[in-house]
Design a binder for this molecule. Structure first.
Ligand SMILES: [Fe+2]
Length: 468
């Protein structure tokens, strides 16, 4: 990852009194080796505030001025100005006894989290590592318990946010899922066209336990982290700061480093596909890019991405992992999320066939209940499908939810597509309630929804109820 901190070599040469600590790392996000406790010291020294440097001689004063100018123009002047939080905070990888809290600052800085069961946030966790993407994992928490938290880096501080640790197995819970929010906004609440923000805000008002994104989080994926800030963390702020989120890779993310910078998934060995249990549901997130046949030329696939001709190995490893993962799952429900749809009223080259040949047989073998996908910008639910045929007894339900912001697309005529149960060319998101063996999903269309209106005014496009 790019190093945003000032050159520690130069600082070391200039400020010899600073001790170096070679052991600072933060999950590969190493940004500087300068211990955080020296930040204030550096700042004070550089700005001439500490007594030892205050004009003891003309030479000393001159040195201080030159040093200050050096720090300012070299970029190290970041130490002497405010640190800003530019993304987050947001929540990853929630567990019964812990959670990962992440945020991004404009310059490398230490990480600090105050947290607790009351808004006093009486507990804290700190890291002296100087990083721009901050990742603090809290542990030793109480199951199914609400916490408040606040993050800070130097003098930059967030408001007090909240999270809840993962629930016990039989506790009812809700989650929201949507996809293809893409780049329709700049994160400004003043923009009426900010479709993603309206969807995220409304989804947040339900206070769901989890949020899942089926990919195409950003518009183009080539512009690094700025796109994630503009298209995801800005519009999704109210949702993401209080609700643990899980992302699937879409083709728009182009397997770019930024996605991996921001994601902290339960599988550090292969963050692009992973699984976790929450309540009585086994959640599986896959990377469908290796199975995609149509590559939007010019920005996909990224050089070196295994989705090109060498995809076979990566895909096989993922399918091998998937089989082992599903074999050991023992939850009441199993939901699988990935970007490219299997049953869709659209033509996607051979992508659907690849998915049907390589992925679906494993999903069927282990009785997956529902597959959530995106990619095409409308809502479509297929009848339960097994071996390419409608099967209401043993079929998997396929839901495509690709309408969270990216411009709506036209489905192909339904002729010959007997699998379609519901199809709506509307901006939308899905909200799911799980209560034991009961699954209830409502799909909300946001048109007509304006800030301040009651949430019940949202139009329901589809309702699905399953029982076990
Ligand atoms: Fe897509």
């Amino acid at each position: 990852m790019p190093i945003d901190a000032p050159s520690d070599k130069n600082l070391t040469a200039t400020l010899r009194f600073l001790s170096m600590n070679p052991n600072h790392t933060s999950r590969g996000r190493r940004c500087s080796e300068i211990p955080a406790q020296n930040n204030e010291q550096i700042k004070m020294e550089a700005t001439g505030m500490r007594g030892g440097l205050i004009h003891q001689s003309k030479a000393a004063a001159c040195t201080a001025v030159l040093l200050g100018l050096y720090l300012f123009f070299s970029g190290a002047g970041a130490w002497a100005r405010e640190v800003r939080i530019i993304a987050g905070p947001y929540l990853q990888n929630v567990k019964k006894d812990g959670i990962t809290i992440m945020w991004e600052t404009d310059v490398a800085a230490p990480s600090h989290v105050d947290y607790g069961e009351t808004k006093k946030c009486e507990l804290s966790h700190s890291s002296d590592d100087l990083v721009t993407i901050h990742e603090v994992t809290l542990s030793g928490l109480t199951v199914e318990t609400g916490y408040h938290y606040r993050v800070s880096s130097a003098r930059a501080q967030s408001e007090i946010c909240s999270f809840k640790t993962a629930i016990k197995k039989d506790t009812p819970f809700t989650f929201v899922v949507y996809g293809d929010s893409q780049g329709n906004s700049r994160g400004s609440p003043q923009r009426a066209s900010n479709r993603h923000q309206r969807i995220a805000d409304e989804a947040a008002s339900w206070k769901p336990d989890l949020m899942l994104h089926v990919g195409d989080i950003v518009g183009w994926g080539q512009n690094g982290r700025q796109e994630f800030r503009d298209h995801h963390f800005g519009p999704g702020r109210e949702l993401l700061k209080n609700v643990p989120s899980y992302m699937a890779l879409g083709n728009r993310e182009v397997n770019a480093p930024a996605w991996y910078d921001y994601a902290s998934t339960p599988e550090p060995e292969h963050e692009n596909y992973y699984s976790f249990d929450y309540g009585n549901v086994h959640f599986v997130i896959l990377d469908s890019l290796p199975f995609a046949h149509i590559h939007q030329s010019g920005f996909w696939p990224k050089p070196g991405y295994p989705g090109s001709r060498s995809a076979l190995k990566g895909a096989e490893e993922q399918m091998k992992w998937l089989e082992e993962d599903l074999k050991s799952a023992d939850a009441t429900w199993t939901f699988v999320f990935f970007h490219h749809p299997v049953y869709i009223s659209a033509d996607e080259g051979g992508t659907q066939e690849s998915l049907k040949q390589r992925v679906v047989p494993i999903l069927q073998k282990y009785d997956v209940d529902i597959v959530f996908t995106g990619h095409w910008h409308f809502y479509e639910r297929a009848h339960p499908m097994k071996d390419g045929k409608i099967d209401h007894e043993e079929g998997i339900l396929y839901v495509t939810t690709g309408g969270a912001g990216g411009g709506l697309e036209r489905p192909s005529p339904a002729k010959g597509r007997d699998f379609t149960a519901k199809l709506h060319r509307r901006y939308h998101y899905c909200r799911v309630e799980i209560d034991g063996g009961r699954f209830d999903m409502k799909v909300y269309h946001i048109k007509g929804w304006e800030p301040g209106e009651q949430i019940q005014s949202a139009k329901i496009l589809d309702t699905v109820t399953l029982r076990k």
